[in-house]
Design a protein around this ligand. Structure first.
Ligand code: ADE
Length: 232
């Protein structure tokens, strides 16, 4: 998989994309991530990438020309499955969408700034708009890093233990059950006995029960969906 991220602030993405699992995924050749500094696509002498909003009002708007130049340049090199724009008014990103994106070959992610991009960018180039939640970040970079991280860990081969993404929270519409490691007792707090029993069936049942209880109490919305889909 290849992810091209278009940004006015590439520095914001350096650390999240060059550490841990996301770094290993690149080193092992499972994904290629490239960031593209929008300013290098500005033909303006001051390397501007934004301008005042037509009609007035506070806040600058990202101009269409540098973005168009960058996207056209990328598209001349390969075909893209999606051109995604990170914006608080996009569709809410979730695990289902992470799964869908993880099987694509090439995607572009455009990070917004200021008051957003000229609407014509969205009309002409954008195929999917994503929000990571109902709050406003200073720019789309951190949101793009969230999406890239969630997607990359699902790309086959990225995780060492292939099954571990399958047991993540949300992967089956349930929150994950509690987990424990040594010591078996800490200041009188004991690990549930069933986990030390070696009885695989009992452990599996306990984990499912815990996941179900957690989902029902913490996320009734998810629980409703799960119960609906698992009705017999
Ligand atoms: N840009 C600013 N805020 C955002 C959000 N919540 N999600 C995606 N992109 C954003």
């Amino acid at each position: 998989m290849r992810i091209d991220i278009i940004t006015a602030l590439p520095g914001l993405l350096t650390s999240p994309l060059n550490d841990s699992i996301v770094k290993r995924a690149q080193t092992k050749g499972h994904v290629a991530i490239e960031t593209h500094d929008l300013r290098t696509y500005s033909t303006d002498k001051n390397k501007n990438i934004d301008d005042y909003a037509y009609g007035g009002g506070a806040g600058m708007v990202m101009s269409i020309e540098p973005i168009a130049r960058c996207i056209e340049h990328l598209k001349s090199q390969r075909a893209y499955d999606e051109v995604i724009y990170m914006t608080p008014d996009g569709n809410r990103f979730d695990q289902r969408q992470a799964n869908q994106l993880s099987i694509l070959k090439n995607i572009i992610i455009l990070c917004g700034h200021y008051k957003g991009v000229d609407e014509r960018v969205r009309e002409k180039y954008i195929t999917k708009e994503l929000s990571i939640g109902d709050y406003v970040l200073s720019g789309g970079e951190l949101a793009a890093a969230v999406v890239a991280d969630a997607v990359i860990r699902l790309v086959p081969g990225v995780l060492n233990d292939e099954t571990s993404a399958l047991t993540d929270s949300f992967q089956d519409d349930l929150l994950a059950p509690p987990v424990y490691t040594r010591p078996a007792e800490f200041e009188g707090m004991e690990v549930p006995a069933v986990l030390l029993s070696g009885n695989e069936k009992a452990i599996e049942d306990w984990r499912f029960q815990q996941a179900a209880d957690r989902t029902r109490t913490r996320r009734p919305d998810l629980w409703e969906k799960f119960s609906g889909e698992n009705e017999s």
